[in-house]
Design a protein around this ligand. Structure first.
Ligand SMILES: Cc1ncc(COP(=O)(O)O)c(C=O)c1O
Length: 452
């Protein structure tokens, strides 16, 4: 695909940022074959301009997010648009959330109809979409039961509480119940006080200490160290991501996960797979752990499950569920009818074997493409990944490249120590869109020379 066709001249509007390369929406559309029958994203152009939004944000928002100068006002498929109509190819997916892209034609009517029917009802009552979703998750996984939350961090909080409950309930004669946890280098499990305690990067934890005590961080993949500590009898649960996203796109080995399973079985510790980022089709398997042939006692899910609406879930075996009594955990919003109906629409699509196969194929194609196009550049150390979670490790910080790509109409994110590009496109992305992304990356690579 010729780069001249893909972007980005002449400007279609008056740019508010001098560094931004404006995008020729019509040309990009022609090249990327946007569905012209779909809702026109440019109709979403609103009176408020990007500059106005960014200035207002500075005044009224708590400064938790360091944002690049980009206001996103609409999306369709794998494209996002700013208020001025500039188009971006989205390989960011709201950090691996928008697996069906934006405005999926099967998801929208389900959500619209459920919004008309019933949006929220307290967990004090039964609700149909919640039970349906739980049935579906149980049917397509190792799990016997489901607890719903509103986010990934809350799903992990639930897993922490369930693990402690399980230990007290299952080993009542033990003088001191196992209450401690193992987590691993480069792990990310969330930002609430339990989940952040399991998150390896110190800067997420240290400003808020004391966080939950009793967490030991071991080297990801270190079978001996994990086996020894699990044997101590103090470990309530081992938390591990089969593929680490935030930590730099690192995949576990089969031997590592198998050895954790064996050690947990021997000692009575629980094995928790955090599939908040890597689960639900991203690897080309419905659940990432299927690729390893190892099942957990608890799996936590979140990001893509409701197609962009907030959800989390802890899927557990019967033995774990048996230790949880009424009132021991709960949530006001979690598992509401709207969210669960949305999640059913997502699960329906993603769990189809042909959908999963297409993710595998596209992932393989994308990795080969990136290796071929970028591999010769001396800054590129490795292209790795699994399905459509792909990492490109650089020998310098990736942030200048991320900025350059954004200015050229491609949204990507960093991971790890900031030297890894994380490419997590919507799972519906097309091969021409992947080619476009690889071409933009190739064209932008020279900015790394300035980082030498
Ligand atoms: C593996 C993993 N676990 C947990 C979380 C936390 O999820 P949330 O941001 O929904 O709380 C994330 C978020 O990036 C994640 O990648």
């Amino acid at each position: 695909m010729a780069m001249t066709c893909l972007h980005l001249k002449p400007p279609i509007c008056t740019g508010t940022r001098s560094t931004r390369v404006p995008i020729n929406v019509a040309a990009a559309r022609a090249c990327l074959s946007v569905d012209t029958n779909a809702v026109d994203p440019l109709k979403a152009v609103v009176a408020v301009g990007s500059q106005e939004v960014m200035e207002a944000e500075q005044k009224v928002m708590v400064g938790t997010y360091k944002r690049p100068p980009l206001v996103v006002s609409s999306g369709k498929g794998c494209k996002l648009y700013d208020p001025e109509g500039r188009e971006y190819l989205d390989l960011y997916s709201g950090i691996a959330v928008n697996s069906l892209g934006h405005g999926d034609p099967d998801w929208i009517p389900v959500v619209t109809e459920q919004a008309h029917t019933l949006t929220h009802v307290s967990n004090a009552f039964y609700s149909i979409p919640q039970v349906e979703l739980a049935k579906r998750l149980v049917a397509c996984s190792f799990a016997d039961r489901v607890f719903f939350s509103n986010s990934g961090t809350e799903a992990n909080e639930a897993a922490i509480k369930f693990a402690r409950n399980f230990q007290r309930y299952s080993f009542p004669d033990k003088k001191e119940p196992a209450t401690e946890f193992i987590s691993f280098t480069n792990s990310f499990h969330g930002r609430t006080m339990g989940a952040v305690a399991l998150t390896s990067k110190e800067h997420y934890r240290s400003p808020f200490e004391p966080v939950m005590p009793g967490v030991t961080f071991l080297e990801y993949g270190n079978i001996d160290a994990a086996g020894k500590l699990i044997q101590s009898g103090k470990i309530a649960a081992v938390f591990v991501e089969p593929i680490q996203g935030e930590g730099g796109v690192h995949s576990a080995t089969k031997e590592f996960l198998q050895s954790l399973r064996g050690a947990c079985d021997d000692s009575g510790s629980l094995l928790v797979f955090d599939e908040v980022q890597c689960g639900l089709g991203r690897t080309g398997y419905l659940w990432a752990h299927e690729a390893y042939g190892v099942v957990p006692d608890i799996m936590t899910l979140a990001k893509p499950l409701a197609g962009g609406l907030p959800i989390g879930a802890a899927l557990v075996t019967e033995k774990v569920a048996a230790s949880i009594k009424h009132g021991e955990h709960g949530s006001t919003f979690a598992g509401g009818p709207l969210i669960c109906a949305a999640a059913l629409a997502v699960l329906d699509k993603i769990s189809k074997p042909e959908f999963l196969l297409s993710v595998s194929n596209k992932g393989q194609y994308f990795k080969e493409l990136l290796t071929r196009k970028l591999g010769a550049n001396p800054h590129v150390k490795e292209v790795r990944g699994f399905g459509l979670i792909v990492g490109v490790e650089l020998d310098v910080s990736a942030s200048t490249l991320v900025d350059a790509c954004r200015n050229s109409g491609l949204l990507i994110i960093t991971a790890g120590k900031g030297n890894v590009l994380r490419l997590v496109p919507p799972l519906i992305i097309s091969k021409p869109e992947l080619e476009y992304a690889a071409d933009v990356l190739l064209e932008c690579l020279p900015v790394l020379d300035a980082s030498d």
